[in-house]
Design a protein around this ligand. Sequence first.
Ligand SMILES: [Zn+2]
Length: 165
Amino acid sequence: MALLTDIAAAVLLLASPDPIFNRIWWSIAPSNVKVFTWRLVLDRISSKEILWKRKVLQSQEEITCSVCGVVAETSAHIVVSCPFSVDVWRGYYHWLGVQTALPLEPRAHLLQFVFGLNKLQQKCAFAIWLVAAWSIWLNCFPRWCGGYVNGYGADQVEVLALDQV
Ligand SMILES: [Zn+2]
């Protein structure tokens, strides 16, 4: 079943006119991470906002981010703009020796992460971004209303993500 899902995802990714999907698919990141990123860029991950739109969550109060408690939990908020996620990304940029403003949209965030690098550096940085985004989602945010998976801190997520690359 997982193989069929991967094949279906590959066909969809490669048929897309947006070149970012080709770059995601040909990344050196694990296939489950590539599928996650594809869904993230298309705003198809199971954020609370999506669950509310699908009527899985019944009230709008339930869609507030479980980590910061300030704004609605959208896929973009989870991965790039929640203060927790921003701490993770600032850790990566600090590790890379770069100071920059962070885009609030995942696609722009990913493209900025690899901007200005040579081809080999871009391939590595692209995989690091994919795995970091997946790790933020997997380790720090509730899934399907089931509560936190691990509740790691920002520095622990950075280490967990780097172990995957
Ligand atoms: Zn938040």
